[in-house]
Design a protein around this ligand. Structure first.
Ligand code: SAM
Length: 304
């Protein structure tokens, strides 16, 4: 356990899908006045250096945010076609890189923080179990001087979520929460823990908005997870949305080379009604830029 460090993967195609989906969801939820509880059960370190040792080893951002930014915000020539949701995401990443060159990638805690409203109406709770990343996260969050509106717990996020649901009522009495569940799946039991956590969470708080990221890999548990989440949503009579992005294999891959992660999915329970159209417009354009070869595909389906 604990060999996973998100710094190797920050800004890759999976982060692009995850963070665009997260932002589009949050933008919609933020249209309503009442404050909202944002919970990130697997927060990571918060900020990542794209020019650091970790990132350079895998260079995964090259086939993610770096390629996307270069295509959609070129220094010369015509930009590739975009959508408001992709632009919103690129603007946010660009804000972390005022010099113009991509050096820093904001993880989910910083994506969420940027979208929170003034006057402490919203609360952000972050869980991170890795001792080093937990410490880095606490340090990064301290710099925000956000006071009580953001808290970091170096605890198990699955366990920590339970007592937070249902969230306390905001002004006007309504209870609102968005939960991002983004494990590293380095241990097989994470798949089961995600579905058990969703099952219990929608029982405790049926109207919460739950976003689950998962890797699309040839492993039975990974195939089963979105099916299981769909069944749980249907049983609880909650609407759901399932989006996948597969960038395909690199055409120059050697025969014995491992392809790395080429595809991932986001499963959203109680998605905003606008999310499907937003992703249906955005994913084909993302694939046009990020698609590499055999196996590239995208999909958005919903129900409930
Ligand atoms: N959500 C982050 C983002 O989008 O920027 C990335 C998170 S990364 C995929 C998963 C993180 O979960 C890792 O930093 C790992 O150390 C942490 N982790 C693993 N098991 C955990 C658990 N049970 N509770 C909390 N954090 C955990």
């Amino acid at each position: 356990m604990f060999s996973y460090r998100h710094a190797f993967h920050a800004g890759n195609h999976a982060d692009v899908l995850k963070h665009i989906t997260l932002m589009a969801t949050l933008r919609h939820l933020m249209l309503k006045e009442t404050g909202i509880h944002l919970i990130d059960t697997h927060a990571g370190a918060g900020l990542y250096r794209l020019d650091g040792d970790y990132a350079e080893k895998g260079g995964e951002a090259q086939d993610g945010i770096v390629k996307l930014m270069a295509a959609m915000r070129p220094t010369e020539g015509q930009p590739a076609e975009s959508t408001p949701a992709i632009d919103d995401y690129l603007d946010l990443v660009a804000d972390f890189n005022p010099s113009g060159s991509l050096r820093v990638y904001p993880g989910s805690p910083f994506v969420m923080h940027r979208l929170m409203r003034e006057a402490s109406r919203d609360r952000l709770k972050l869980f991170e179990l890795h001792p080093t990343d937990g410490k880095t996260l606490s340090g990064n969050v301290a710099q925000l001087e956000a006071g009580r509106s953001i808290t970091v717990a170096r605890e198990d996020g699955f366990e920590g979520l339970r007592p937070m649901l249902p969230p306390p009522p905001g002004a006007g009495g309504s209870r609102r929460a968005l939960v991002l569940i983004d494990p590293s799946y380095e241990i097989k039991s994470d798949y089961h823990r995600v579905s058990a956590c969703i099952q219990e969470s929608i029982k405790r708080f049926p109207t919460g908005c739950y976003l689950v990221w998962y890797p699309v890999i040839p492993r039975p548990e990974a195939h089963d997870l979105p099916r299981r989440l769909r069944t749980l949503s249907q049983q609880a009579q909650r609407p759901w949305l399932h989006a996948t992005l597969a960038i395909g294999q690199r055409p120059d891959m050697e025969i014995n080379e491992r392809p790395g992660l080429t595809a991932s999915g986001m499963f959203v329970i109680n998605p905003p009604h606008t999310l499907k159209a937003t992703l249906q417009a955005s994913l084909p354009l993302l694939l046009k830029v990020l698609g590499r070869g055999r196996g590239q595909a995208q999909s958005v389906e919903s129900g409930g």
